[in-house]
Design a protein around this ligand. Structure first.
Ligand SMILES: Nc1ncnc2c1ncn2[C@@H]1O[C@H](COP(=O)(O)OP(=O)(O)OP(=O)(O)O)[C@@H](O)[C@H]1O
Ligand SMILES: [Mg+2]
Length: 505
């Protein structure tokens, strides 16, 4: 630990949004060559504070000091110029621009003739991507990338700014364990060069590997810091963050299953109809009422593609049979899937899950408007009633169901997507990384909720790249590797090593 002056100081920061005090008189000191970890539940104010430090918000009460000198940033560009970079929680890339254009946005290089120097920019982008072990042509449009890949681009972009303070707001929420390791090696490296890191994550286990100090925010207030991290245990950290012990960590209770509800036979999803190249190859599986089936796989194994194939997103490239309650169904669109009784909580809430500009009630009723239509008119009262029910049921932190979804914290947006699909009353609910960005307490709430739904007869299929999560909630675990599923574990006989071995083969 250093005894130096903090490189960045925030003094008495207060930030109010209509109806919410997101930050209340917060003080923060950030030190050079250290990973300063901020913990707090969903909606505690972490991202809001980071956005103030990085110039995204320029109206707030309080003061910022950089190297002891007062600063105020009108724009993110001004913060960049002073050496502060941010990896945003809600990825901020422009989909129709290439990787290079995103990395160099607003600071493009020009050659001696005054033209954009694409050659050098591509070369530098390639270098940064190589450091992250991401093999891709930097001319690729960002919109073509999966969410985990986009996260890697955000990381490359922030690193390429050579900043003195790098803010990482949940940088690992969508990337795989091996990529996390690479990021951590880079963090160790830049720490040695005196860079200060501000780090936020709900994956508590990873924090112990990199934290030099912990700082906790609760309901917009700074509640304390831990400067000697060597003896801190997970329970201590949770108590520090939440303010009380969380005793009821989730434990599955056995539920008797009902009859088979979904059977998939020999499902394949071709990358290209002319080649023998697959996203998903000859997958068969079945789920019964009340059963929670887990699918584990590393990023790129084909998990998300499997869900897309089942949901009719690529009808021309998918072969195989799907049976619901013993009857074969043809699913050529998401609409067909909903009608057949399937629901999907997608991996990318921003792109596929929510209309962020609309209010919470509209988002929740969107996938099944029939429930809120009366005499052919959308009934606002019914819509709000439905939304209030799910706001209570899954504990969405908001003052009203009429609030715009964009203004919710990241974790609470994720809960809205879950609410939206529950409201369609599906027979089988597919969840793709359901607790991405969800805090430890709310994770337990979501596990309880999933179990409760199973008890009520719902069949659940969960995809997750978090092994502990899959092991905690599943009755049975299928492991997907290289587009195929050929290993199955009963939850009682599953152990981390065996699952991991099957996943990397
Ligand atoms: N633009 C906005 N307008 C209105 N309210 C907002 C806005 N941005 C954030 N809030 C509110 O401020 C509070 C803090 O949100 P913030 O995003 O900072 O939380 P967080 O700690 O980052 O949570 P998470 O772990 O879920 O990402 C929340 O109650 C949120 O709804
Ligand atoms: Mg946040």
């Amino acid at each position: 630990m250093t005894t130096e002056q903090p490189i960045l100081t925030a003094q008495n920061i207060t930030k109010k949004f209509a109806g919410t005090v997101a930050l209340n008189q917060v003080n923060l000191e950030v030190y050079k060559g250290e990973v300063n970890v901020i913990v707090g539940e969903n909606g505690a104010g972490k991202s809001t504070l980071m956005k103030i430090l990085s110039g995204v918000y320029n109206t707030y009460e309080g003061k910022l000091f950089l190297d002891g000198e007062e600063v105020s940033f009108k724009t993110p560009r001004e913060a960049n110029d002073k050496g502060i970079a941010i990896i945003h929680q809600e990825l901020n890339l422009i989909p129709y621009l290439s990787i290079t254009e995103n990395i160099f946005l607003g600071r493009e290089l020009v050659n001696k003739f005054g033209f954009l120097d694409y050659e050098t920019m591509h070369a530098q982008s390639r270098e940064w991507l190589k450091k992250l072990d991401f093999n891709i042509d930097p001319k690729t449009k960002v919109g073509k990338l999966r969410i985990g890949e986009q996260q890697l681009i955000e990381i490359a972009k922030a690193l390429s700014l050579n900043a003195r303070v790098i803010i990482m707001d949940e940088p690992t929420s969508a990337i795989s364990d091996s990529e996390v390791e690479i990021l951590f090696r880079i963090i160790e490296d830049i720490k040695k060069k005196g860079v200060a890191i501000l780090y936020i994550s709900h994956k508590l286990d990873e924090l112990f590997k990199i934290a030099d100090r912990f700082i906790a925010l609760r309901d917009g207030q700074m509640v304390g810091k831990i400067e000697d991290v060597s003896h801190v245990k997970k329970e201590d950290l949770i108590r520090f963050m939440v303010g009380r012990d969380i005793k009821n960590t989730f434990q599955r209770t056995k539920i008797p299953y009902g009859e088979e509800i979904l059977r998939i036979e020999d499902l394949s999803f071709y990358k290209n109809p002319n080649t023998e190249d697959y996203w998903v190859q000859n997958v068969s599986l079945s789920v019964r009422k009340g059963e929670i089936l887990g699918i584990f796989g590393l990023m790129g194994a084909g998990r998300t593609e499997l869900f897309e194939a089942i949901f009719g997103l690529h009808p021309n490239r998918v072969t195989g049979k799907i049976y619901i309650e013993g009857k074969e169904v043809k699913i050529n669109s998401v609409c067909d899937a909903i009608k057949a009784g399937l629901g999907l909580v997608p991996e990318n809430r921003k792109k596929d899950g929510l209309v962020l500009q609309m209010n919470i009630a509209k988002n929740i009723s969107m996938a099944d408007t029939e429930q809120v239509v009366k005499s052919s008119f959308l009934n606002n009262v019914l819509e709000c009633k439905l939304a209030k029910y799910y706001i209570n049921k899954i504990n969405i932190k908001t003052t009203s169901e009429k609030n715009i979804t964009k203004n919710l914290s990241g974790g609470n947006q994720q809960k809205v997507v879950i609410g939206k699909w529950l409201a369609t009353c599906p027979k089988v609910l597919f969840l793709d990384e359901p607790t991405r960005g969800i805090d430890v307490n709310a994770k337990n709430e979501i596990y309880h909720l999933i179990e409760q739904l199973a008890k009520e007869g719902l069949a659940v299929v969960v995809v997750s790249s978090e092994l502990p999560e899959i092991m905690t909630i599943s009755d049975r675990i299928l492991v997907m590797s290289q587009s195929k599923i050929d290993t199955e574990f009963k939850s009682a006989e599953a152990n981390e090593d065996a699952i991991m071995t099957a996943a990397i083969k």
